[in-house]
Design a binder for this molecule. Sequence first.
Ligand SMILES: NC(=O)c1ccc[n+]([C@@H]2O[C@H](COP(=O)([O-])OP(=O)(O)OC[C@H]3O[C@@H](n4cnc5c(N)ncnc54)[C@H](O)[C@@H]3O)[C@@H](O)[C@H]2O)c1
Ligand SMILES: [Zn+2]
Length: 376
Amino acid sequence: MSTNSQFKKILVAGGAGFIGSHVVDELLLAGYSVRVMDNLGQPTHDGNVPEWLSKSAEFVKGDVRNKDDWRMALEGVDVVIHLAAYMDFHLDFSTYIRTNLESVALLFELIVSEKLPIKKIIIASSQSVYGEGQYVCAMHGASYYAPRSEEQLGRHEWEQLCPICHMTVDPVVEKETDQLKPLIPYGISKLSAEQLLFALGKLYNVPGVALRFSIALGPRQSFRHYYSGALRSFAVNVLSNEPIQMNEDGGQIRDFVHVKDVARAHLTVLSDSRADFESFNVGSGVGTHVFELGKLVAAEAGVPFNPLLNNRYRVGGSRHSLMDISKLKSLGWVPQYSLSDAVHDYLEWVKQFGDLRQYLKKTEDQMREQGIQKTL
Ligand SMILES: NC(=O)c1ccc[n+]([C@@H]2O[C@H](COP(=O)([O-])OP(=O)(O)OC[C@H]3O[C@@H](n4cnc5c(N)ncnc54)[C@H](O)[C@@H]3O)[C@@H](O)[C@H]2O)c1
Ligand SMILES: [Zn+2]
């Protein structure tokens, strides 16, 4: 394998996870020397290094909330890719701040106090920084919307409605220049991490890049997370010979992107200084109705598509989210995989784990208990 000499060693924090392990594969393929730091914690792991993490990467067990762990992992490193995060919606709000934001502050404390020669930092941000985003009414134009009220959802009025004429409105694609209105601690921690990265990066001359992922799909995706999302649920349904269960009416629009395209985005911004101090959307740029995803999953599993609309909804969940990806495309990155590829690759992978209904049930029960998911 060729050695890429532009950087000596790249540290991938959270590199044992879903997106991280694919980033590691891409970096190794490009000839970089890679170290992974991961705490191997739940819900993603059971304390062991997963078999999917490449043996060609050096592994150190460490926690991004611990300064000494960062210090140890940063030895001899000149680039940091920080993907470790606390995710979903849980009630220990401070853990989002500590894991997703304070970790960036700790990293800079070390860079500054120990004069570490870090040349670039890339962090994982998220579509959740946009919150509900904008919708456009044919008569009254575009504006930023609040999430649908519980009363509205209780009436099964799933679409966003214009506050003036009460007609259904259409979603507007999210652009990096939009106003950012995160609604949950996770999104707030991600936006604050971007701001901290750029502010300290400019002050201390360390270029930073924030990548705002939409919904990444593909092999190695944790099936234990709360929000592992529609593909996980649908896959568990079809593999257990049960009907696909959909929240709301299945008419939600989402941007699904193959994890390998997400992984390649890291290489694009790594080697291009035009990316420095910028945030980029990383999605497919294609809006897909959730029921279309269901159809693809059923087709891939070879079962009929007879969805069960179960009148479930997630409180505060967006009706539609769509990403504009032209900014990252202007640096030469383009998504190469289709949604069918992602569905195929995920199902092939997840089959090996057998019956996963227990995980789905556990997360659904928890979400219901905490009042995050409701059924009418
Ligand atoms: N999967 C998506 O669709 C998606 C969408 C938007 C943003 N993101 C972001 O992408 C990043 C990667 O997410 P993922 O989907 O691969 O999740 P994942 O859980 O598979 O990977 C995260 C990794 O970080 C590790 N980690 C968590 N807390 C840690 C800590 N305190 N110290 C050290 N390691 C820790 C986990 O063990 C795991 O290996 C996260 O920052 C996430 O917020 C993901
Ligand atoms: Zn109107």
